[in-house]
Design a protein around this ligand. Structure first.
Ligand code: G6P
Length: 312
């Protein structure tokens, strides 16, 4: 499966690709729709293409849809706006029904995209190899998402305090790995879109292969640290940051043993591991919001950006 989208829709496409690979064991990846048609892509008849878009009007994504169709591929949409251009041009798809999204930076639509991908992954998985019990495990976790988001929102004042601490930095890193990496990318995207701070995402595992050279007192890192099979390795990388006096914030789950690592934490309710990215992005949206608020920026209409980019 190949997922195509721009900006946040691309990052959530990466989250979706991980869910599809993990649950359905179908090879899946995501690519920026804005690049797709310019590399003369090979469109395979047995690959399903998925176009992701909140507005359904992003020109780059619409052109990618046309490229797939021109070359005989099958494409479905994961789109919010009913009857929009991308929704109409796709062969079929899922409407997100997130309601109108006004601010430029995608928030609730992004969460709905994550849930949409989980449901798509589940459908594909159950006709392949996923057991009834595992399917029910995912459904039960999806049902808990709204209440878990409420829990995150109840922690807003703490998140705001952390955000105000980050707002003064000229530059920030967001790090995560495997299913946490698209979360880090989306966190950096939100931060740069509305706070105008330079924010860059890296795989936690790549830190030592270059970016570590930049770590110092003035470059904070936001580390995505789910309670999963990689927690210990992630903590090792975080120790490296602290040893170089890099300010660090962890976005994590209950039950992670930090040992002697004393860093500010934003604790997010745990879901099933495949769905964790959906909830982990929510505090990052709030973090970007409160940093932008502290800096006095127009959060709904950030400079230089448009809600739907209808030109190439
Ligand atoms: C613009 C916005 C981004 C958004 C992207 C895709 O570039 O600034 O925030 O993620 O478009 O929008 P779409 O409507 O296709 O999801």
């Amino acid at each position: 499966m190949k997922i195509l989208g721009c900006g946040s829709a691309f990052y959530v496409g990466q989250m979706g690709a991980a869910m599809i690979e993990e649950l359905a064991r179908v090879p899946a990846d995501a690519e920026p729709a804005s690049e797709f048609r310019y590399r003369n892509p090979i469109v395979e008849p047995d690959t399903l293409y998925v176009a992701v878009s909140q507005s359904g009007e992003t020109a780059d994504t619409a052109f990618a849809v046309q490229e797939v169709k021109r070359k005989g591929g099958q494409i479905v949409g994961l789109v919010n706006v009913v009857g929009s251009t991308i929704a109409r041009e796709c062969d079929g798809g899922i409407y997100l029904h997130a309601g109108p999204e006004v601010a430029v930076a995608s928030t609730k639509a992004l969460t709905h995209m994550g849930v949409g991908f989980a449901m798509l992954a589940l459908c594909l998985a159950r006709v392949r190899d996923l057991s009834i019990a595992d399917g029910q495990r995912i459904i039960a976790a999806l049902r808990k998402v709204p209440a878990q988001i409420e829990e995150i929102l109840a922690d807003e004042e703490h998140i705001a305090e952390v955000a105000r601490g980050l707002a003064g930095a000229e530059s920030l890193f967001f790090i995560g790995r495997v299913r946490g990496f698209p979360v880090a990318r989306e966190g950096a995207q939100k931060f740069k879109e509305i706070s105008y701070r330079h924010a860059e995402a890296y795989q936690t595992s790549e830190l030592k292969h270059g970016p570590l050279a930049l770590i110092c007192e003035t470059l904070p890192t936001v580390a995505i640290l789910p309670n999963d099979e990689l927690s210990d390795r992630n903590l090792g990388a975080m120790q490296q940051i602290v040893a170089r006096r890099g300010p660090l914030v962890a976005v994590t789950h209950p039950g992670v043993d930090f040992g002697d690592l004393d860093v500010p934490r934003i604790v997010v309710p745990k879901s099933e591991r495949e769905l964790d990215p959906i909830l982990l992005t929510v505090p990052l949206q709030l973090m970007a919001y409160h940093a932008a608020l502290a800096l006095g920026h127009d959060i709904d209409k950030p400079r230089n950006l448009a809600k739907s980019v209808t030109v190439e």
